[in-house]
Design a protein around this ligand. Structure first.
Ligand code: SAM
Length: 216
């Protein structure tokens, strides 16, 4: 196992018995002191599934980036003409992302998908979630995913990207937890399915999915 993942696991383990199962994200970002090599999920570029989807779908409007991390996807959408609001549960991640993408007109906010802002309800043409649900412990994952579709405006699109489990979800000790098809299909309940795409990204071993739904 590489050192970055080992460090992440140590930080994650300390939070396992705390009252706040998401607190380890702040600890990881804060203790990294703006060294990107210490953030195991930082690809330093927008997700290839997002880039591919945007190339094929020339929409613009208001976008909400959920769990924006160091902001590469938010910055990419902004460059493509979207009016972007990006939030993350970690204050250090939000400050770091806004610094990295200084000069871009993005609304960077600290926020929690489990307890979202009332004002986001029905307010967005695009809601994007990349590798978030798979990083949220199972015990609160349901409380998180059920909020995603509520942010959509009429005809708005929900795009979820993550790791696909090879069958039912397994009991894996630490994140990421690949998601089963059954769970992913629940995310879009009440919406119309537009796409369910799976592929292995070059240089990454796991199968990933991109699921897209539309609010009618
Ligand atoms: C695996 S990282 C992915 C970050 C980013 N989307 C990317 O692809 O690089 C998961 C991110 O979700 C954030 N996060 C976890 N739970 C969250 C929640 N309930 N609400 C908002 N952000 C959350 C973490 O702080 C972290 O930045």
């Amino acid at each position: 196992m590489d050192e970055t993942r080992q460090r992440m696991l140590e930080i994650y383990t300390t939070s396992e018995n705390s009252n706040d199962p998401l607190s380890w994200f702040e600890e990881l970002y804060c203790s990294s002191r703006r060294d990107r090599s210490l953030i195991p999920w930082d690809w330093m570029e927008p997700h290839p599934f997002l880039v591919e989807w945007i190339e094929e779908n020339h929409h613009t409007g208001r976008a909400l980036v959920v769990g924006s991390g160091l902001g590469e996807d938010a910055a990419f959408l902004n460059e493509k003409g979207w009016e972007v609001t990006a939030f993350d549960v970690s204050e250090s991640a939000v400050e770091w992302a806004s610094q990295l993408h200084k000069g871009k007109e993005i609304d960077w906010l600290v926020g929690d998908l489990v307890k979202p802002e009332e004002s986001w309800k029905g307010a967005f043409d695009l809601v994007l979630e990349v590798h978030i649900l798979q990083a949220i412990p199972k015990k609160i994952r349901n409380a998180a995913y059920t909020n995603l579709s509520s942010f959509l405006e009429r005809h708005g699109l929900l795009v979820c990207i993550g790791r696909l489990a090879d069958g039912p979800e397994e009991d894996i000790e630490a994140p990421p937890w690949p998601l089963s098809r059954e769970f992913i299909h629940q995310i879009g309940e009440g919406l119309s399915e537009v796409e369910f795409h799976t592929a292995v990204i070059p240089d990454k071993e796991e199968v990933r999915y991109r699921a897209v739904w539309k609010r009618d």
